[in-house]
Design a protein around this ligand. Structure first.
Ligand code: NI
Length: 172
């Protein structure tokens, strides 16, 4: 396994709609394992393939106390409720703000072997799934902000990005 480089906003292919996974061979299992290792290395709770430079519809996530999961070609079939809570993103390190998300979801997804299943997700899991699903659509948490707040957050991000590029504060 390997820790992969995480693409920072607005690097490619973060803002593109990702393509369906069609090849369920060992390379996909390897990519999923590398993404899980990368997510853990960066202490993230979710990581989507576009964030490691692969424009594919898959992401990994980690519930507290749970096993890491990999969702391939996920679909959100139903959404219920709404709740706002703070989110961050490994492609926007040190940026955090509240994002409104559905509280419960019905999800269909394949695993890395191509086996499809449907399940319900609530709370934290539902939030991470919606965040990562956004990445597959080329959307970021920034796209949940009004235009004024977005400008302010982007200015903050420019400062952080320069600090990261200069290596001022170590790991992103
Ligand atoms: Ni993210």
């Amino acid at each position: 396994m390997a820790v992969l480089d995480v693409v920072l906003y607005p690097g490619e292919p973060l803002l593109a709609k990702a393509s369906p996974v069609q090849d369920f061979g060992p390379e996909l299992a390897k990519l999923a394992a590398d993404m899980i290792e990368t997510m853990h290395a960066y202490e993230g709770v979710g990581l989507a393939a576009p964030q490691v430079g692969r424009s594919l519809r898959m992401f990994v996530l980690q519930e507290p106390e749970g096993e890491p999961m990999c969702l391939v070609n996920p679909e959100i079939l139903a959404r219920e409720g709404e709740e706002s809570a703070e989110e961050g993103c490994l492609s926007l390190p040190r940026i955090y703000f509240p994002v409104a998300r559905a509280v419960s979801l019905r999800v269909r997804a394949q695993d890395t072997a191509g086996v499809s299943r449907e399940f319900e997700a609530q709370g934290f899991l539902a939030r991470v799934i919606q965040h990562e699903f956004d990445h597959l659509e080329g959307r970021m948490i920034l796209d949940h902000l009004d235009i004024i707040t977005r400008q302010a957050v982007l200015q903050e991000w420019e400062v952080i990005r320069k600090q990261l590029a200069a290596g001022v504060a170590g790991k992103a």
